[in-house]
Design a protein around this ligand. Sequence first.
Ligand code: MOS
Length: 741
Amino acid sequence: MAATTYVGKPISRVDGRAKVTGEAKYAGEFNTAGLVYGYVVSSAITKGKITKIDTSQALSIPGVLQVFTHENAPRPAHFDRSFKDDDAVAGAPLKPLYSPEIGFSMQPIALVVADTFEIARYAASLVEVEYKAEKPETDLTSKPKGHKAPKGKSGFTPPKDRGNAKKAFEMADVQFEAEYVHMPEHHNALEMFSSTVLMDEEGKLKIYDKTQSAFNSQKYITQVFGLSKDEARVVSPFVGGGFGSGLRPQYQLYLAVMAALELKRSVRVTLTRQQMFSLGHRPATLQTVSLGASEAGALQAIKHEALSETSRGEEYTEVIVNWSGSLYQCDNVKLDYYLRNLDVSTPMDMRAPGAATGVLATETAMDELSYKLGMDPLELRLLNYAEVNQLEGKPFSSKALRECYAQGAERFGWSRRNPVPRSTREGTKLIGWGMATGIWDAQQKKAAAKANLSVDGKLVVASGTADIGTGTYTAMSIIAAETLGLPIEAVTFKLGDTTLPEAPLEGGSWTVSSVGTAVQEACEAIGKKLFKLAKKLKDSPLKKAAFEDIAFADGRIQLKGNPSASVSIIETMRQTGINYIEEETTALPNFLKQMKYSRNTHSAVFVEVEVDEDLGQICVRRVVSAIAGGRVINPKTARSQILGGIVWGISMALHEESVLDHDFGRIMNHNLSEYHVPVNADIHDLEVIFVEEHDKIVNPLGAKGLGEIGLVGVAAAVGNAIYHATGKRVRDFPITLDKLL
Ligand code: MOS
């Protein structure tokens, strides 16, 4: 690869200063004169009906403007037609304040609007509600079991069987089968969901929304309220964490727009931390994995069946079992996926949806099989290494997983591992080492970007994507600066606004590959124009050059191999009388090239734990994660991304769990003191290794995306290390200390 100035170099966040100084504003921080505040009243029951709702006391409080309930809230005509957002699933989306029916715990049942947030919150406590409650069903693991996810309708097509897994499993020398379960997890980003709707004199809306796609919020609002795009601009410059929760519009957006249109005022609605638990979540799943192998360890059969929860109204599905058909070489594979409708809010994508949970089961089962075979867990995986993706019947566009295993094991010191569980101790602490594999997709979506280079040397690049904290501003600035050979300080990247060129949802780990490609193309188009101008200059050293012969570096257009034959970009524009050059492009994936290959990221995760023999306390002392994610645009933010994934994997293994009281269907720990997430004291030595792949298939940048792969496999590796430490296998996640005693 050619030498680079910025790509592949550790660059600090271009928006870092704005974030730490408070200059960066989030959806709930934009103000305007006359802004009023909405506070959501949440249902106190999980299932049933509101029989009476009395708002008179709330309305009597000075400063309260209105209390919207199902009795007086408008029912936009469009509610009765089908409306879809870009991340919608099959079924009927939530229609807030539409009817007295209650379908899940903390469903929004009223919106109090007042002059101040405090008045609205107080008045909300005075809304009196009577219910007729029914017994909810919220326990996935109780009988009866689910129905098969309908083919196609739910957006999910179960993969075809490969060979005959049932027979091969029965015939296998060594058989292993187990059931795994994990509890739901709720997205708990630092930033609460908030929408600030500013209404101008003409009644047009400018909506500051917490979202992973301003376009998706706009699409929802324009469909539901019958507005034109011009009447509902959505802006979202900064997002304080999303993790998938911002892929779908949340109900505070609906309520804020509804109230603004009704009251003809600017309105803000912000949810509380407790109300975050009324939104979607990573669904609980119950999985059975069956592995058949030869005595030498060759996989002969894989069966993986998952039962997952969804709401009554929508069929949320995610790819849980398919990974088991891709990860290893095996000719007999059967994958099944079932859903069960429960009285819960519709689940929602959460980082590495499906893979985080499906691979947890598979990679725990692989570890269990390795002990049954008396084989090293890493050796078992190498023996069954998938050179091609049998699930898709295609070669991988690139796959450096073997190198991930090798480099990760080397750095971790895996070869020094004593294979016997419970063989290592330090005083009362049992020490264990475990590992697991991760896999995710490398996708590219259609995306547009525009770039404007002015004669003062400033480059403004824009695309209506999002930066949910992952480093989009920085990555795009790097790509633009690199493409045109400009200093990164000369580049401004704009995002999060529906007036900018359209970008896909920021999700699925596809933002760099999709938006980055569009940014590169827009800047290249400027480069071509500059080159034409440069050739026209008097005594231009580039007169005879073709575009392929030149490079952009140090603010100049140079002949490759002869940098002294060059012209300044600014001088070129100045001398040709050009004030600015603007180009807009839409980058499309090269489907014909891409469809011949499976495009995936991979990881190898190694974990050391210590477990207190008497107290069951678990400490993850060390994690080494080796990542194969194509080309790394910014190793600094990429590393942060993977570190976040590791921390979340530890959280998934040990801490995170939405605890339901199934008698009432209510989440009992809907706050951050009882919904445990790791704190600094839980996180120790984390190491990230990038094994770069030079992949020309995935997209022109060769970057596969690093948003989700950091999480996949981590929880399994932690559980596997705990088994190695203690000799006790816990198949019920999270692994809390009571399960070890
Ligand atoms: Mo991610 S769950 O695609 O935000």
